[in-house]
Design a protein around this ligand. Structure first.
Ligand SMILES: C[S@@+](CC[C@H](N)C(=O)[O-])C[C@H]1O[C@@H](n2cnc3c(N)ncnc32)[C@H](O)[C@@H]1O
Length: 256
């Protein structure tokens, strides 16, 4: 069982939290409006950094079939399919990438848009002037580039409701990328599970993919991290997962 209940929006809300009022700040009589899981949290910068990270994996080619495990609304998948330049590093568009996510919340809402939730977060605060509220909602609901007036779908790539645990599930995953999975990569998934569960997940991934990698958030002694999660130093992950590649979420470093 994961340490966070990803089947509900409340589970995501409890983990994904960031101040949403920007440089204008907020009155000290109340806390800042919190933004939770939505495209504006990740798109474009974070998603492109992830795709840049993936593209550094040794041997990974843009024509390889890639399955992102625990892809959420698939912004990392989307960025990898598009190709971009991130902080001066050019990575090409990949041609065959899909996501997997077994969350009932993700699967039920992936074709909707973020706007109603974003409005709800800002409407919790009565003292925000209406014009400022409209502006903030517009910013957060717009992918940063005001795509589709902020009404685009949350997920714009294939996000299969598959975990690869059974043979039929593995066959559906393989079929979705044309037969062979060259790479399966977990995206911020490791810390949600115990060591034994992480090893089981890796074993499952090796049953359908030639190469297995994990993008992880490292243990940070200097910063407070969510105590519900299983943060580890990279050496600990590597010892648990000796056949797998580990990508540092922040730096894109492999095995560091
Ligand atoms: C922390 S969230 C990460 C979501 C997204 N990658 C991100 O970083 O925002 C972990 C996700 O992994 C999904 N997940 C966990 N185990 C999975 C599995 N075996 N197969 C597919 N998805 C899984 C959960 O449903 C959840 O959405």
């Amino acid at each position: 069982m994961p340490h966070i209940d990803y089947s509900t929006r409340a589970g995501f809300d409890s983990l994904y939290r960031r101040g949403g009022e920007g440089t204008w700040g907020h009155p000290n009589t109340r806390p800042e409006v919190q933004i939770h899981y939505c495209r504006g949290l990740y798109w474009p910068d974070e998603a492109m950094r992830w795709a840049r990270n993936y593209s550094k994996l040794p041997g990974l080619q843009p024509t390889n079939s890639v399955v992102i495990v625990g892809a959420g609304f698939g912004m990392g998948v989307e960025a990898l399919l598009q190709g971009h330049t991130f902080k001066g590093v050019v990575y090409p568009p990949f041609t065959n990438v899909i996501g997997l996510d077994t969350s009932a919340y993700i699967q039920a809402t992936k074709d909707g848009n973020d706007r109603a939730e974003i409005e709800e977060w800002f409407n919790l605060v009565p003292d925000l002037p209406a014009s400022r509220k409209v502006e903030l909602i517009g910013e957060w609901a717009s992918d940063g580039v005001r795509l589709n007036g902020g009404n685009g779908k949350k997920a714009r790539t294939v996000i299969l409701d598959e975990d690869g645990l059974s043979r039929p599930s593995r066959n559906r995953i393989k079929k979705a990328v044309g037969g062979t999975v060259d790479w399966a990569i977990t995206e911020m998934v490791l810390t949600s599970f115990s060591d034994a569960e992480v090893q089981n997940l890796s074993t499952t991934m090796h049953q359908y993919a030639t190469n297995v990698a994990h993008m992880y958030m490292p243990l940070r002694t200097e910063k407070k991290q969510d105590q519900r999660l299983n943060h580890q130093l990279v050496a600990t992950w590597q010892a648990l997962l000796p056949q797998d590649h580990l990508i540092n979420w922040e730096t894109g470093g492999i095995g560091v």
